[in-house]
Design a protein around this ligand. Structure first.
Ligand SMILES: Nc1ncnc2c1ncn2[C@@H]1O[C@H](COP(=O)(O)OP(=O)(O)OP(=O)(O)O)[C@@H](O)[C@H]1O
Length: 312
């Protein structure tokens, strides 16, 4: 069964802005899913539709097989959402916020779980303060605790680590990974693409309301990420028309330190490293240094969204 199945989802705001256009997306149960996109791509709109704070103008969504819009109460209990906007009643303490939220989900507050959440999210010593006394990072962690207090099976996090320092971010992700290992599905948006690549086993990229790709992370990296051979000649290499023609297969680019060639695969699956290196040496002589660099998720993301932007 899928945690989420989204069909033909569309949202046009009252001002005429279309934030989502016919989005089809499946989030497998138990996955750690990254929903990525540049600013204004439509990520928060999608999350707000799931959280019932934005009404879609088209499409349907099912959560663990049940219709999200017709079976709201059932679905809400199984879902915990960490929104991007932070808003708490300033007169409540974090513990009161969590007790109150448990009540909203029809559960008796589970004090042991609340203690564990405070501990894991490093809020124990702040649990009796008023929320207005908390820092931005603490409030964001309290939002995460609030989303988890009713033990949801699907956790949706919209930029949960914005404003959270590196160390805390790492510990927050460790906690999310532990929850995921226990079978909880996690869907998150983040602008930290290196963290998404490390954590997530599924990835979707949206841009201008359109889904560009959705697939297992490993599959995306294998099929789309390229490798490049960097040849250091200690100065930029000038490519004349004959060089460009001779090296055309490697899409040569002059760099500050020399030359960059795109590597491909031969029929036997081996890299074209050797051929590219020899071709460069034949034209420019041996470099002072050379290395191979593979594209990471950020490179792939920039390439896919730039190409889409150029088309739009
Ligand atoms: N309430 C609204 N009324 C009108 N337009 C809106 C509204 N909310 C969002 N939009 C527009 O919809 C588009 C998608 O916005 P959204 O916040 O979903 O993007 P996002 O991918 O979450 O961006 P970010 O990474 O900056 O948070 C943007 O062009 C935004 O300006």
């Amino acid at each position: 069964m899928h945690a989420l199945e989204i069909h033909g989802l569309g949202k046009t705001y009252n001002n005429g802005k279309t934030a989502l256009q016919d989005v089809n997306l499946t989030v497998p149960q138990g996955s750690f899913f990254a929903l990525l996109g540049p600013n204004g791509a439509g990520k928060s709109t999608m999350i707000n539709v799931l959280a019932d704070t934005v009404r879609p103008t088209a499409g349907n969504v099912s959560l663990f097989g049940r219709d999200l819009f017709n079976d709201r109460a059932w679905c809400k209990k199984r879902m915990g959402v960490v929104p991007q906007e932070i808003a708490f009643d300033p007169f409540f303490t974090p513990r009161e916020v969590l007790r109150f939220t448990s009540g909203l989900f029809g559960c008796k507050p589970d004090e042991a779980w609340i203690d564990e959440l405070f501990e894991r999210l490093e809020l124990t010593e702040h649990s009796k303060k008023n929320t207005r006394q908390l820092s931005g990072g603490m409030r964001r962690r309290l939002l995460v605790a609030q989303a988890l207090v009713h033990r949801p099976e699907l956790v949706i996090l919209d930029e949960p680590t914005a404003g959270v320092d590196v160390e805390l971010r790492r510990r927050l992700w460790d906690f999310m990974r532990e929850l995921n290992n226990k079978g909880i599905t996690i869907l998150l948006t983040t602008h930290y693409l290196d963290e998404a690549e490390e954590l997530c086993d599924q990835v979707a990229i949206i841009d201008q309301g359109n889904l560009l790709t959705a697939q297992p992370m490993q599959q995306l990296m294998q099929s789309v990420a390229s490798s490049y051979l960097w040849l250091n000649y200690a100065k930029p290499v000038t490519l004349n028309e004959t060089d460009k023609l001779a090296l055309a297969t490697y899409e040569p680019r002059s760099s500050e330190e020399g030359l960059c060639l795109k590597l491909g695969r031969l029929d036997d699956g081996n890299s074209t490293f050797h051929q590219a290196y020899e071709a460069a040496v034949a034209r420019f002589g041996p470099p002072v240094d050379a290395g191979v660099r593979s594209e990471d998720l950020e490179d792939v993301f920039l390439r896919l969204t730039a190409r889409h932007g150029a088309k739009a």
